[in-house]
Design a protein around this ligand. Structure first.
Ligand code: PLP
Length: 359
């Protein structure tokens, strides 16, 4: 018999904001639907490319030329377009482990070979640049980095990002830096990788998490002058153009008040503190995430997180198994902070009851 009815399960496995999309963002999309629901240029509407280039210039000192920016259908499609341009069958792609699963799937779809580099829990989920360098072969074409990280919440220090970028420059690789959580930072600063080596790095961003608008599917990227025009061109056969209404919403998000972002980040931070305090007082050793909205819960060494996650659903709390993100996190569960403090507390009660009973 289930300990809790199904409808009673607390969902802490979900990777998208639980906040409403800001009203002015929704209104801008609605207006476009009513007045100008048409195809747009395949690299994005000029006003949005200009606003994005302005933001990247202001935040990271990147060049403010709109032609250096491509608007994509979410970061996921921007990543796929870049990989499509860069990769040939048999090429190798260095991918973090644990990582958001799509990098590996995208590489495989193109006939490329993902090669994992570990983000070990004992190194606070940070890569070891020497280990990354040792995995580079004659076939390596791309090095993927992701900070702030999904699933670990780790924010890589600027020096560490620079060390990874330097490996790519020395070995003639392209870095694809997934920076979709660049504005969700609790401690430290976000290191933009493109600013460190503009001709070797593509930085990929998203409106999804920053403005709680995952369903609009708008992202963007910037990168080398030898690469971005080709990425812009492949957008035409890949998708013709992305939704006009979604781009209008994204433009309103960028041009509108930014305190909405600050409020969401403060709420995630409060939830992070609540969860970390609770787990530490129960005697668990957890890394406090410095960004994104995830936290890795350690199980006993060697435990299978997939089985643990199944067991926990019957106890009324859903968490994502570390195995979904790679082998290095097989004994961790990912908890998402995109739930209310109340749900987090209930979920933690259930998790800790289970943990104490089974460890
Ligand atoms: N990159 C990472 C690390 C993510 O966690 C996600 C979404 O979960 C994405 C990219 C995809 O973002 P988008 O909604 O912009 O496609």
């Amino acid at each position: 018999m289930l300990a809790y009815g199904r409808e009673d399960v607390v969902h802490l496995e979900i990777g998208e904001p639980d906040f409403a999309t800001p009203r002015h963002v929704v209104a801008a999309g609605d207006l476009t639907l009513a007045t100008h629901n048409r195809y747009t240029p395949s690299a994005g509407i000029p006003a949005l490319r200009t606003a994005v280039a302005g933001r990247l210039h202001q935040h990271y000192g990147l060049n403010d030329d709109p032609d250096s920016v491509v608007i994509s259908q979410g970061a996921v499609q921007g990543l796929a377009a870049v990989m499509t341009v860069l990769l040939e069958p048999g090429d190798e792609v260095l991918v973090p482990d644990p990582a958001w699963p799509n990098y590996e799937m995208q590489a495989l779809l193109l006939g490329a070979r993902p090669v994992r580099y570990p983000l070990r829990p004992e190194r606070s989920f940070r890569p070891d640049p020497l280990e990354v360098a040792s995995l580079v072969t004659d076939r390596t074409r791309v090095l993927v980095i992701n900070s702030p990280s999904n699933p670990t919440g780790a924010v890589l220090e600027p020096g560490l990002v620079r060390a990874l970028v330097e490996i790519a420059v020395e070995r003639d690789l392209v870095v694809i830096a997934d920076e979709v959580y660049d504005q969700i930072i609790f401690d430290g600063v976000h290191a933009n990788a493109a600013a460190m080596a503009p001709e070797s790095v593509v930085s990929v961003f998203s409106f999804s998490k920053t403005y709680a608008m995952t369903g609009s599917r708008v992202g963007y990227l910037t990168g080398p002058s030898w690469l971005v025009p080709t990425v812009a061109r492949v957008q035409e056969p890949l998708l013709s153009s992305i939704s006009a209404a979604a781009q209008a919403s994204a433009l309103a998000a960028l041009e509108g008040p930014q305190d909405v972002v600050g409020r969401m980040v403060s709420t995630y931070r409060e939830r992070r503190d609540l969860v970390v305090d609770r787990l530490r007082s129960a005697g668990l050793t957890v890394e406090a995430p410095a960004g994104a909205f995830y936290l890795m819960l350690p199980l006993v060494a060697g435990a299978d997180s997939r089985l643990a996650a199944l067991d926990l659903v019957h106890r009324g709390v859903a968490l994502a198994p570390g195995t979904a993100f790679g082998d290095t996190a097989r004994s961790h569960l990912r908890l998402s902070l995109a739930s209310s403090a109340q749900q987090l507390s209930t979920g933690l009660d259930r998790f800790l009851d289970w943990y104490e009973a089974t460890s």
